[in-house]
Ligand binder design. Structure first.
Ligand SMILES: Nc1nc2c(c(=O)[nH]1)N[C@H]1C(S)=C(S)[C@@H](COP(=O)(O)O)O[C@H]1N2
Ligand SMILES: [Mo]
Length: 240
């Protein structure tokens, strides 16, 4: 599979030299300023939002993750303004607040995270609401066959078949590594599709729409497989 294009769809482009300079200054500032609370991960997350070069994706990160976004900046959302819209081919379209999602039964899934770019973070816990529960709440109509996911970054999208979406290891996740998902990792709510490559796990999730067929997502329109199964994934079992 070809490497991801590094061009970002939005935001002001930052030159490679400027980016290196900024990262250098940031790293020096971090070493010199113990008062900087967010730490290297927070810095990387912030830097990645203005990095049009993809360089931040190449920097070391103690957690093993790289931060990805196809746009230059993403609005921050929390309990005051977050909403998850569920609609399309359903009986009961609904918008969930963060509080409503937190009040639903929570499921914890531990699975390796694997990006097609070659990095992996082993045994990563995610916790949240089973997508299947949200679909049951909404009542999928008989014509419904797939799900389209949209994001409040305004650009990313993903897809699953209805059968995939109903697996018990597919979550509308609120926690990652047993903490609320940070903005950099797609919080407050992201998808976690444990048996598939991490590109299927849409960050900054804002919309779940039931469709009559699979609508290829952002990377899928750019050549990635619609079925993003990891090697060794059990495609037919429901086991997490
Ligand atoms: N909204 C959104 N979701 C996204 C992406 C993105 O660019 N935008 N990148 C995908 C890819 S390719 C990966 S590997 C993971 C990265 O998640 P992380 O930034 O939390 O490491 O998010 C996936 N979900
Ligand atoms: Mo990825």
């Amino acid at each position: 599979m070809a490497g991801k294009p590094k061009a970002r769809a939005g935001g002001a482009p930052v030159g490679r030299r400027a980016m290196l300079g900024m990262l250098g200054a940031g790293a020096a500032g971090l070493a010199a300023a113990p008062s900087l609370q967010r730490g290297w991960e927070g810095f990387l997350g912030a830097a990645s939002q203005i990095d049009a070069t993809g360089l931040t994706g190449l920097l070391p990160n103690p957690g093993g993750f790289r931060y990805y976004s196809v746009v230059g900046s993403v609005p921050h959302k929390d309990e005051t303004n977050y909403e998850l819209q569920v609609g399309g081919l359903v009986e009961r379209p609904k918008a969930y607040t963060l509080g409503e999602l937190r009040a639903m039964p929570q499921t914890r899934v531990v699975h390796d995270v694997v990006c097609t770019d070659g990095w992996r973070v082993e045994k990563t816990p995610f916790e949240g609401v089973k997508l299947a529960d949200i679909l049951d709440d909404a009542g999928v109509r008989s014509a419904g066959a797939a799900i389209r996911f949209t994001c409040f970054d305004g650009a990313y999208s993903e897809s699953l078949t209805l059968e995939q979406a109903r697996r018990s290891d597919v979550l509308v996740a609120l926690n990652m590594q047993d903490k609320p998902i940070t903005h950099e990792h797609g919080g407050p709510v992201r998808l976690f599709v444990a048996p598939m490559y991490f590109y299927k796990s849409a960050k900054w999730l804002s919309g779940i729409s039931v469709t009559d067929k699979v609508v290829p997502g952002y990377w899928e329109e750019r050549g990635y497989a619609v079925d993003g199964w990891l090697d060794g994934a059990d495609r037919h079992s429901d086991a997490a």
